[in-house]
Design a protein around this ligand. Structure first.
Ligand code: GLN
Length: 302
């Protein structure tokens, strides 16, 4: 593998960092180093490339939405999940409740907060937070994933908007019980500490249709991996998903902790850590970095 292409992509990402800012609406996230950047690659032939801050721990935030979606599809089944939450891009910010309130009786998709809170409510009777944290360790091939209590408490002290969404969901009968518990489970999942390398691992598992790249063990139903990748492509970057799909064409999920997880199907898992975010809450280094890689290595899905 030509390491220079990855180094050049990393530099392209670095150049964009000054144009963004770290998230501060969860005060604890405001402590992140704005200039940090890590790029981790894991390929189907077992090679790894790590450049920059690939071992720094940071919270998954919305990347946990794909973990929870996968778990819910495994334990509740396709019909039960998609009866409660749609599969259409929303075109609205990740924490919007306008469309849900005015025009819909179902969250648009499981990648926005209303959808992820609904998924959390479906999981409540089936899996505990500890079960879900174990599942996250399994599919990220990372035993060291821990719960970041400081970030959790910081978000729970500033959670009015997500609480409003959760109660709106309850008022519409979408969350039937356990509204506070759903909010807490969702926020705990957002507070799991990963690294860029753990995200690259998870990306590789998804690329291999749910298989552990080392042992070949099936960690996730292949159909579940296919659904997760499709939702990542159409909804993974919130209201930036369309442009991202055109320019980059690699299914990717972002989180406001600065993480990005990308899947080059059958070939590669990519994990990025860069807490400087664009106005939509996506790692600002990610797009130029991945756009460059996509062009140079011909990784666009189409
Ligand atoms: N915990 C964050 C929130 O609910 C996750 C958002 C994100 O990563 N986009 O606001």
């Amino acid at each position: 593998m030509n390491i220079e292409i990855f180094e050049k992509a990393f530099e392209k990402g670095k150049e964009a960092i000054p144009l963004g800012n770290v998230a501060t609406y969860i005060p604890e996230l405001g402590k992140a180093g704005k200039n940090s950047l890590g790029l981790s690659i894991y390929t189907d032939d077992g090679q790894r490339i790590n450049i920059g801050d690939t071992q720094t721990r940071f919270t998954m935030q919305s990347i946990s939405k794909i973990v929870s979606l996968a778990a819910a599809l495994e334990v509740c089944g396709f019909d039960n999940v998609f009866e409660k939450v749609g599969m259409e891009p929303s075109g609205e910010a990740f924490n919007s409740l306008v469309e849900l309130d005015l025009n819909s009786n179902r969250p648009f998709n499981p990648m926005i907060n209303s959808g992820a809170l609904t998924v959390a409510s479906l999981l409540l009777p089936k899996m505990s937070f500890l079960d879900l944290a174990d599942y996250t360790r399994l599919i990220c091939l990372d035993e060291e994933i821990t719960f970041n209590e400081a970030v959790y408490k910081s978000e729970m002290a500033n959670v009015s908007r997500n609480r409003a969404i959760a109660y709106l969901l309850e008022s519409k009968g979408i969350i039937e019980n356990g509204v506070e518990e759903s909010l807490s489970l969702y926020t705990k999942m957002c507070s799991l500490n990963v690294t860029a390398e753990s995200l690259a691992n998870f990306g590789m598992v998804l690329a291999l249709e749910g298989k552990n790249p080392v042992s070949g063990e099936q960690l996730m139903n292949p159909k579940v991996a296919q659904i997760v990748k499709t939702i990542m492509l159409t909804c993974g970057m919130y209201d930036g998903s369309g442009e991202f799909a055109v320019r980059v064409g690699i299914p990717t999920k972002s989180g406001v902790g600065g993480g990005l997880l990308s899947v080059v199907d059958k070939k590669m898992g990519i994990g990025i850590y860069g807490p400087s975010l664009d106005e939509k809450g996506n790692c600002i280094a990610g797009r130029p970095l991945l756009e460059y890689l996509s062009k140079e290595l011909n990784l666009h899905i189409l």
